[in-house]
Write a protein that binds this ligand. Structure first.
Ligand SMILES: Cc1ncc(COP(=O)(O)O)c(C=O)c1O
Length: 370
């Protein structure tokens, strides 16, 4: 075998293939571990989605509807959008990939922040584009630096808003000023994976900007069923955009990119307001309680608009991560993101949060951090 791997592909660092929970438990000799590391929904999937999926299983021998008609129709109603302003993806990850496939040529530039969601940069690299990566400023997207960095090769700007991992958010006049400082030739992508957790009055009315499209750049909003709807394992997300952009993305997608359970589960989850509200209320209450407890332990809890937040543990975060793992509590060390003393945790159920605080207190004590 003699492979000829293109340089841009050879340089990609593969996504670290985390171990299945069962394997981790066996390795560490623990049981009943809790995972607060991946910003998932602590209250599980929408029960309505689970029931609807169970009902469709006997139809798995058929290809799914290539247009995801019913899910798109329900989303259009939910968002007040046209069906032709929505593009569904195998997770919002796939919509990110569509945007880069469709709009980035070799050598074109894409602006992202660091730290932020890592997939934007990866897809740009696959496409042979150039990543322009700007550091966050005080944990927020540095909008002035982004405006400065735009040039005539810039095609896309990806901003996760709220930002992962910092949980910060911008809207209102800051967004308005930013948008008007950009040339019309770029596409501004706001990745709103966590926007359900933001207070409604603070959110950006993406649709109104999509429809303006005169003397401002095109705006695309990305949303997902993986967080507030609790369907991360199903892989379904969507983008909200001008119909010309949507039409362009449909050209690059596979015909059956949304599988049958995902279409049916997403549709049912959208109507499950009880589960959605339980998630939002539980997250808000849990985040407040956890932040207070963490501060009582002498750490610093950073404010967040999401279902996760950063904690300065005042010591090496990776050692703390290891110590917590031995107690069956899985958190995320932020060392690789450039915050060596920080962990990121996802808000859990009341029982999980209580267990986390107990384990944190023990580990901080054991390591002598605070
Ligand atoms: C900012 C951000 N965008 C997108 C995603 C991916 O969402 P999906 O599961 O819909 O692909 C994540 C997942 O963690 C995320 O943090």
């Amino acid at each position: 075998m003699k492979l000829n791997i293109p340089d841009n592909i050879a340089e990609i660092i593969p996504y670290p293939p985390g171990k299945p929970l069962d394997e981790l438990e066996r390795e560490y000799g623990i049981t009943n571990s809790i995972k607060l590391a991946s910003n998932e929904n602590a209250w599980g999937p929408s029960p309505k989605a689970v029931a609807a999926i169970e009902e469709t299983l006997s139809g798995l021998h058929r290809y799914p509807d290539g247009s995801s008609f019913y899910l798109t129709e329900a989303l259009a109603r939910w968002l007040g959008a046209g069906m032709d302003e929505i593009v569904l993806g195998n997770g919002s990850n796939e919509v990110i990939e569509f945007l880069i496939k469709a709009f980035v040529r070799t050598g074109d530039e894409v602006i992202t922040s660091h730290p932020s969601f890592l997939m934007y940069q990866k897809f740009v690299q696959v496409r042979g584009g150039k990543n322009t990566v700007l550091p966050l400023k005080e944990m927020e997207h540095d909008l002035d630096a982004i405006v400065e960095a735009v040039n005539d090769r810039t095609r896309l700007i990806f901003l996760d808003n709220p930002n992962n991992p910092c949980g910060t958010f911008f809207s209102g006049q800051r967004f308005e000023n930013f948008l008007h400082s950009l040339p019309e030739s770029v596409i501004l992508v706001l990745d709103e994976a966590y926007v359900d957790f933001v207070e409604p009055e603070e959110r950006i009315d993406i649709l109104s900007y999509i429809r303006k499209s005169e003397s401002i750049p095109a705006v695309v909003g990305l949303r997902t069923f993986s967080k507030a709807f609790g369907l991360a394992g199903l892989r379904v997300g969507f983008g909200l955009m001008h119909r010309e952009i949507a039409e362009t993305l449909h050209r690059v997608r596979q015909p059956f990119n949304i599988n049958l359970p995902a279409q049916v589960g997403g549709l049912a989850a959208l109507s499950d307001t009880a589960h959605y509200n339980k998630t939002l209320n539980g997250t808000r209450a849990g985040r407040k309680w956890l932040s207070e407890q963490v501060e009582k332990l002498g750490c610093r809890a950073y404010p967040s608009h999401t279902n996760f937040f950063l904690i300065d543990v005042r010591g090496d975060a990776t050692e703390l991560y290891e110590a917590m793992l031995h107690k069956g509590v899985i958190v995320r060390s932020m060392k690789a993101y450039g915050y060596p003393d920080f962990i990121r945790i996802t808000v859990g159920t009341e029982a999980e949060n209580t267990r986390f605080i107990g384990a944190l207190a023990d580990c901080l004590d054991g390591l002598g951090y605070v």
